[in-house]
Write a protein that binds this ligand. Sequence first.
Ligand code: PLP
Length: 400
Amino acid sequence: MLGSLEHMALSERFAARNYLPLPVVLRSGSGAWVIDVDGRRYLDCLAGYSALNFGHCHPRILARAMEQLTRITLTSRAFHHDQFGAFVTDLARLTGKESVLPMNSGAEAVEAAVKVARRWGRRVKGVPENSGTIITMSGNFHGGTTSVVSFSTDETVRADFGPFTPGFRPVPYGNLAILDAAMTSDVVAVILEPIQGEAGVIIPPPGYLQAVRELCTARGVLMIADEIQSGLGRTGRLFACDHEQVVPDVYVLGKSLGGGVVPVSAVVADNPVMSMFTPGSHASTFGGNPLGCAVAHEVVGLLAEGDLIRRGAMLGERLASGLFPLIGRGLTEVRMRGLWAGIDVDPSVGTARAVSERLLQAGVLAKETQGFTLRLAPPLVISEAEIDLLIDALRTAVSG
Ligand SMILES: *Cc1c(COP(=O)(O)O)cnc(C)c1O
């Protein structure tokens, strides 16, 4: 059996260097805990960037996956299969929308949302051919494909990857006047994260999402909410948009929709928008496969029961009561919604990377998202005592 160092040496030698992982090699996980190849236990407070909202190896999700694995896993959409109908029905019910397009990765669902919005703009709004413009937000993160990085404002993900896809117009996140001015007649959609996760859990000013909703309605523009990271219980509500009673025209979902087992994403919208997709106009070999549908259907069931979402809200309060007192004691700012926090580290304490390395030593997994910002997103199944462990480890890690 190889130890951590050997595993890391192999990835150094033979893998693309598009990540800079913390030096830990995980082997198993259960709930909020993971164990590395050397037998050390860690509390997972990143939870796969919220892809593991239900924790590692959730018994119900796992049982459903195992049962499906032994029957049929892939049919392609050339044929119907018996997991599809129930999944799309229950996801539509849960989200209050009429129609579901299942995809795989989050970026792929964002791309599909961009396509459906442009076709809607052309065919319903009457925008001239090849001119449908989509307003995007500074500081956004929507994935890693060519078109998606075309509207990123982060040079790290863009540098020398051009030429980029045209038709995107960035505006500053949270600024209504500039958004208003940017809404020319060629604009078909605004895409935003109701809370920006990768940017460091950036919460827009109160009333902003409401105002964006009203502007979109007034101008005949689709509001697309990328809830891939913020949705499905992370903020203590089903959607981050729910905190402002905002209903976008299009939800983009992913990450924990796949229960931490398989990649499952989805675009969810009403028929006047979704009907723009006609047979042959948008395809994905794995999108809506039986294994993915079975797992995601179990996830939808868990969410519909509501206990986990309520738990997220309650545990978020516990996390907040531990984090806010650290402001001035190693932290300079805490931004929180539900069980999701962006915390800014006092530069005198070190970088966020240095803090995540100290946390690793203390048996807590968390990761820097910006130079001096860490994101905390423990699974919703974490216990109160485990939240306290996280706070204790963090207090020590930022105590200078
Ligand atoms: C992670 C993420 C994506 C991309 O999802 P992938 O599955 O990595 O392609 C898109 N939008 C948001 C808000 C995300 O957090």
